[in-house]
Design a protein around this ligand. Structure first.
Ligand code: FDA
Length: 398
């Protein structure tokens, strides 16, 4: 990957701003078509988010990807790109490079060793496609003159016939995430939908924060519902509130002021189990402990004291107790914000770009790919898969 800006030419077929997942994939695709490609990024290193993603092992795709795994104002928008570049295509690419990877629950694929192995693959592809890089470079001014894009950057002036915006979104500002892509969209008169943090922990305040913080570090297998969606995955208690995959998933559908609903034993029919215990005059405490850690059992018993004499409890009493376990309603105060969010909901309105080429309908030669768009995937490798798929669709159309 060349970073010698002194030797960089002035004129390019394509300039891509953003050397993240989408930018690198698009650059290689375009380069292989014989186009001269320059990738500009203000960060000192490419693909910072890939490096830290998936706990350092990058959940790079999922075996089961479809439009239902995405949130977008136009639910059909992602279909074309995902069908032309499915997860199998990316798996083939990494296998060609000999990447060791592993499958985890719910079809998630992770690098076996390090996420940086995946970055190396993308860098190699870019090298083979003769892509040039200008890192640590900020774009100061952008103009469209005589059907060409003129960029004034901290590394000098560059011109291009086509300009791809792959600058991602607002989450994780400490990794140099910015709203630059939104500004460019607005500069060319494209609509940007309001943004908010997604795949983000939910924080509590006051009495509930005190209660939850006492459980910090505990994890439970639950089902979390918010905004009409339900996710059965782990939930983690933290010092600020709730996190873990189940909560991150639900956060995409949660709106401030609304509750989340937690089913604390989604593996079983709680009422049937309670009736069985009644018949056997079983030990309720022991039964709760077979599902939850001791600390949570104690917490729950204080919050919702169990029926005293289970052997003689009425159906109504058991039903009420089952409801408490299956429909634990909590009111988060706020999300953990962009600093803790894995993704950003909202962004450049997909009505403004072609779902086949990702070119702006109103502005020839200007393309938007990856997370800068109003496309947000669930947790599970879906966000990277959309980055790869949108990048390839765009790269082939350049
Ligand atoms: P991405 O953010 O990757 O790249 C944007 C690039 O643009 C960056 O290199 C940035 O420096 C550059 N840039 C921004 N502003 C600029 C400016 N003004 N000038 C120049 N350059 C600029 N997804 C998933 O599928 N599986 C996972 O395991 C995870 N894990 C995960 C963990 C954490 C902690 C986070 C924060 C995110 C994830 N994600 C994820 C989400 C995933 O990282 C994200 O959706 C993709 O990286 C989006 O790819 P893009 O290329 O669109 O943006």
């Amino acid at each position: 990957m060349s970073q010698q800006q002194a030797s960089l030419q002035l004129d390019w077929d394509v300039i891509i701003i953003g050397a993240g997942a989408a930018g690198l994939m698009c650059a290689a695709t375009a380069g292989y078509q014989g186009l001269s490609v320059l990738v500009i990024d203000h960060a000192p290193k490419a693909a910072a988010k890939i490096r830290i993603s998936g706990g350092g092992k990058c959940n790079f795709t999922n075996l089961d990807v479809s439009a239902k795994n995405y949130i977008c104002r136009n639910p059909h928008f992602v279909k074309s790109a995902l069908s032309r570049y499915p997860s199998n295509a990316f798996i083939e690419l990494v296998e060609r490079h000999g990447l060791a990877y592993e499958q985890r629950e719910l079809g998630k694929l992770f690098c076996s060793e390090r996420a940086s192995d995946l970055i190396q693959i993308l860098r190699t592809e870019c090298d083979w496609a003769q892509v040039e890089f200008s890192l640590k470079t900020s774009v100061d001014k952008l103009r469209y003159v005589d059907e060409r894009y003129q960029l004034q950057t901290s590394g000098g002036k560059f011109n291009a016939n086509k300009l791809v915006i792959a600058t991602g979104a607002l989450s994780f500002p400490k990794l140099k995430a910015t709203g630059f892509g939104y500004e460019i969209a607005k500069q060319f008169g494209l609509k940007v939908l309001p943004t908010r943090p997604g795949l983000v922990p939910l924080n509590f305040k006051g009495k509930w924060l005190e209660r939850i913080a006492e459980l910090s570090g505990l994890s439970l297998d639950v089902a979390v519902s918010a905004g009409g969606m339900r996710f059965q995955e782990a939930m983690l208690f933290t010092h600020q509130g709730l996190s873990g995959p189940g909560i991150l998933q639900a956060s995409n559908y949660w709106t401030e002021g609304e509750p989340i609903e937690i089913h604390l034993m989604p593996q079983v029919s709680v009422l049937d189990e309670l009736k069985r215990l009644r018949k056997q005059a079983g030990n309720l405490n022991k039964w709760l402990s077979s599902f939850w850690p001791k600390r949570f059992v104690q917490f729950w018993q204080q919050l919702h004291p169990a029926p005293e004499d289970i052997a003689n409890a009425s159906d109504e009493v058991l039903e009420a107790y089952a409801r408490q376990i299956c429909e634990w309603r909590l009111y988060p105060a706020e999300t953990g914000g962009y600093g803790k969010a894995e993704v950003t909901l909202g962004g450049v309105d997909t009505d403004e770009v072609s779902s086949k080429t990702f070119e702006a309908k109103k502005q020839p030669g200007l393309y938007f790919i990856g997370e800068v768009l109003d496309v947000t995937g669930w947790l599970g490798g879906y966000n990277f898969q959309f980055a790869w798929a949108s990048a390839v669709a765009c790269g082939l159309a350049l």
